[in-house]
Design a protein around this ligand. Structure first.
Ligand SMILES: [Mg+2]
Length: 206
């Protein structure tokens, strides 16, 4: 049993693409499938720099906002469309009964809104947000902050995430066990320790 479980947030504990679809509908109305796919591709699961995303959206759809306005408002607007995924809260709550559970996430203040909307804010013990710490995944510093908080050895920790580069590789490099939740193809050099297809599977492994 792992003494500590760290979770990524976007696309690990909720479906970011579903939230993005909700945002698109609220801002741009109902789009055809190809145009919606274009927006999803532009966002690149949150990896696209926010200003580039905003510039692309405004160039294509001509919203009545400046690029900077959209770029700064987008994270909290997106957070409003986050919905809990079936079974996730129950699983995390169960895991948190006899071990430490924390979030390690890239982003700013909106990450805490997302956690709230996903129904998880009261079941995790600690949240490490890159924008608050000034260091982002995949840099080791944010993982080291989390490890120091946990007071556990890396081998006693499981890191769960969807991103091979930002989550799995750096956690494994520090000696943590890893569980990958695929939302796209595997692109890392070394395979993840575990591959899971739903957070609920973790109840078996942890
Ligand atoms: Mg993620």
């Amino acid at each position: 049993m792992y003494r500590v479980i760290f979770f990524d947030l976007d696309d690990t504990l909720f479906d970011r693409t579903a939230a993005l679809r909700g945002w698109v509908t609220s801002q741009l109305g109902s789009l055809d499938a190809a145009t919606l796919a274009w927006v999803i591709e532009l966002d690149d699961r949150g990896r696209r720099p926010r200003l580039h995303f905003a510039a692309g959206v405004i160039e294509r759809f001509g919203m009545h906002r400046t690029v900077c306005e959209l770029a700064s408002a987008f994270p909290s607007e997106l957070a409003h469309h986050v919905e809990p995924e079936a079974g996730v809260r129950e699983t995390v709550e169960r895991l948190a009964r006899d071990r430490r559970v924390a979030i390690v996430t890239n982003g700013g203040a909106a990450q805490r809104d997302k956690l709230q909307r996903a129904g998880l804010a009261d079941v995790v013990e600690q949240v490490f947000v890159s924008g608050e710490l000034g260091i982002a995944k995949p840099e080791s510093g944010i993982f080291e902050c989390a490890l120091a908080w946990s007071e556990a050895a890396p081998g006693e920790c499981l890191f769960v995430g969807d991103d091979p580069i930002n989550d799995i590789a750096p956690a494994a490099a520090l000696g943590m066990a890893t569980a990958w939740l695929p939302r796209g193809p595997w692109v890392g050099s070394q395979p993840p320790g575990l591959t899971i297809h739903s957070i609920t599977e973790l109840a078996r492994y942890a």
